[in-house]
Design a protein around this ligand. Structure first.
Ligand SMILES: CC(C)(COP(=O)(O)OP(=O)(O)OC[C@H]1O[C@@H](n2cnc3c(N)ncnc32)[C@H](O)[C@@H]1OP(=O)(O)O)[C@@H](O)C(=O)NCCC(=O)NCCS
Length: 176
């Protein structure tokens, strides 16, 4: 069953699911060096199960970005750490899988996820935390209209190292 959350010109986003395991893990392994040191995605069945469980709690949505033509998975986009109440915010995580990087697919997919976050999840703010040296990711959020709001030293631990991150965000264009 493929339940699309949002559909664009070339890609669509849908929730990641258990039967994605084999393809997801294969793509993540093939992209492992490309992803480091920016993100670490599940590269085994066990890690994939732990990853999926994160999306059962209601405070995160895990998605895959798929080609409309053929349906292969080209990347991931998650909305993590959703906080309701007076914040109504969430934080993006995303990555392209090789060999699909550099074609604008993830740009389109993250854009769809941001629209989903504002219009369906009714969030007011979507954030992206990016290491200063990650120029591809910085270009992506700038193309999507995010603004730089700050810098946090040692903000996120990736592969065992606390890494500095720039703080980028976009707020909903409309008032609820
Ligand atoms: C960051 C990351 C997701 C960006 O992925 P990407 O493949 O470069 O981004 P896109 O799919 O949006 O492709 C954009 C590139 O494709 C090109 N492109 C080709 N056709 C395009 C189209 N139709 N539309 C938009 N861009 C297109 C763009 O020119 C752009 O190149 P540029 O960034 O050199 O200007 C990817 O580099 C990645 O996975 N990095 C490792 C993980 C990571 O850093 N995640 C983010 C942590 S904060």
């Amino acid at each position: 069953m493929s339940v699309e959350l949002a559909v664009g010109a070339r890609v669509m986003v849908r929730q990641v699911r258990r039967d994605d395991e084999a393809r997801f893990v294969k793509l993540a392994r093939a992209s492992s060096a490309f992803h480091r040191p920016w993100v670490a995605l599940p590269e085994s069945a066990e890690q994939f199960a732990t990853y999926l469980a994160r999306f059962d709690e209601g405070d995160a949505v895990g998605m895959v970005i798929c080609l409309r033509e053929g349906g292969d998975i080209v990347g991931t986009v998650n909305i993590n750490g959703i906080v309701r109440g007076c914040y109504q915010r969430g934080t993006l995580g995303y990555a392209a899988f090789l060999p699909y990087a550099g074609r604008g697919y993830v740009n389109e997919g993250v854009g769809l996820a941001v629209t989903y976050a504002f219009e369906e999840l009714r969030l007011h703010r979507v954030e992206a935390d990016i290491q200063p040296e990650n120029s591809a990711s910085l270009r992506l959020v700038q193309r999507l209209g995010f603004r730089k709001e700050g810098f946090s030293p040692g903000f996120i631990r990736i592969d065992g190292v606390w890494r500095d991150h720039e703080r980028w965000a976009r707020t909903a264009d409309h008032v609820y």
